[in-house]
Design a protein around this ligand. Sequence first.
Ligand code: F6P
Length: 354
Amino acid sequence: MSDVRCIGIATGGGDAPGLNAVIRAATKAAILKHGWKVIGIPDGFDGLIWPEKSFELTLDRVSGILPRGGTILGTTNRGNPFRYCTEENGVEVVRDISDQVIANSKKLGIDAIITIGGDGSQKIGHELFQKGMKIVGVPKTIDNDLSATELTFGFDTALHTVSDAIDKIHNTAASHHRVMVVEVMGRDCGWIALAGGISGGAHVILIPEIPFSIHNVCDFIAKREQSGKRFTIVVVAEGIKLPPELKQIAHGGPVGNLVGDAISLISNKEVRVSVLGHIQRGGSPSPYDRVLATRFGVAAVDLIAEGGFGKMVALRAGSIVAVDVARAIGHLKSVQPDGELVRTARAIGIGFGD
Ligand code: F6P
């Protein structure tokens, strides 16, 4: 059991629908179940660099935030206190200000902190834990690529957005007999492209884990054409590994445009490209994400009460468990090219350009 009376909550890295649901659940459980005070730490750990920015999270303060996308605490994917970039006399310098962050959290009366974030934020949390801070992690990323947890909140909401976009693109693709390329997020892994592509009825899915050639994609489109299907939807994960023929013409813009340009050159079809971008990160969390985020928030508070510091909550076999952050960080959960979801997609005729 821990002797905690006050906890801090911080959100770091890219936002994801469901962050507010975690903040709300953790705040409510901390106050109602344990009688603790809760401090909101704004913009990642910035609220501990400038402690005057931090503020109390009360039941009133978290009322009504469940359906809201984003994070009421703000976030940043810069601001690592161990490698803090600042400008001194016009020169950029990198400093370790972690001692200042720890001292400020003590000044605020914070006994333990919940860090809600992806791999980068959990790594920072772990480094602070090694310096004696009482940290508990909650995993987050719309990419769903953290190996320690079967699912992260935000992924399901992103899939709703992608699926809805592909449904709409389907209509116009069929009307105009075009090839429509849809670029989705997924910096390192193809989960959004794979699951979003299957749920949206895409015909070709290109992901970082499966090497492809643009000629194979064009052959696939030609075969569809021969069978009377005059339109094709190609879903492209932003993190695809470019084959040599695309590397040659790479222009630094969205990879979806590159794939679209190459298809249009080779297949002589009319091609249009939609880059879904950050709309995938926004919007009201889906019911599934609200429930998962709430379970994570409550479990994180319970973990603090049990003294389970240096741990992160995770979903395994449908249950919420605690895992060591040290073991959780740095391991991506890639799509298995011969895994069940890829085999399912192939079984219904989806091409991967390989
Ligand atoms: O990791 C989540 C993610 O949405 C990736 O899919 C994407 O590449 C990245 O964040 C974009 O981050 P930002 O534009 O916020 O730097």
